[in-house]
Ligand binder design. Sequence first.
Ligand SMILES: [Zn+2]
Length: 219
Amino acid sequence: MEKLIYPENLRHSDIICFFTEKNFDLIKLRKQYEIYMPIQRHTDNVIVLSKNTTPQVADAVITDKKGILIGVKVADCLPILLYDPVRKVIAAVHAGWRSTAKGILKKTLIKMLEIFNCKVSNIIIAMGPYIKGCCYEVGHEVIEALNRETPSLEYVINLNGKKHVDLAIANRIQSLSIGINTENIWISPDCTYCNHLHYASYRFHGKEAGRQYGIIGML
Ligand SMILES: [Zn+2]
């Protein structure tokens, strides 16, 4: 059975918002809804979706359009969904370490403020299942890259003499740095590597990993 994860801070009656496990049937969902997903390339490109829904290279999408779902696909990378219930604006972000290092979440938030007049205090953020600090060992170049945009060691974990990072913590720091309220941020407790029976984990499964999704839309 496919299980969907509904983040507890994004259960509004006027939106659809969930994270999936692996093997989710996106084709079935496409029969019900128009779905826009960018062509993900670990960039810091943020698309503002208006009329043209031809997929473009980007790792974040923002829209105020109703009746269309937007989303990202991941396998260990962090999927982030955002909602401003006052301005009625949604966003989906694919935050791997490269995009996190380029500040993609911060750039998405700034666009929401500048283009849609969102207020930081109204924005709600949900971060879905990803490879957590327990399992995400990285080289020093990853930590150096992350530190440029997000100067903190809060997301670096020392485990058995190895360096691990937690991308949700790095992204939470980016959110807090521009004024998002801590209580408006939800982080999934699930690690995709630890729970590889349920989730696609690139580190665990390799190229055959498949993907899970983070999806949001306004009705
Ligand atoms: Zn883990």
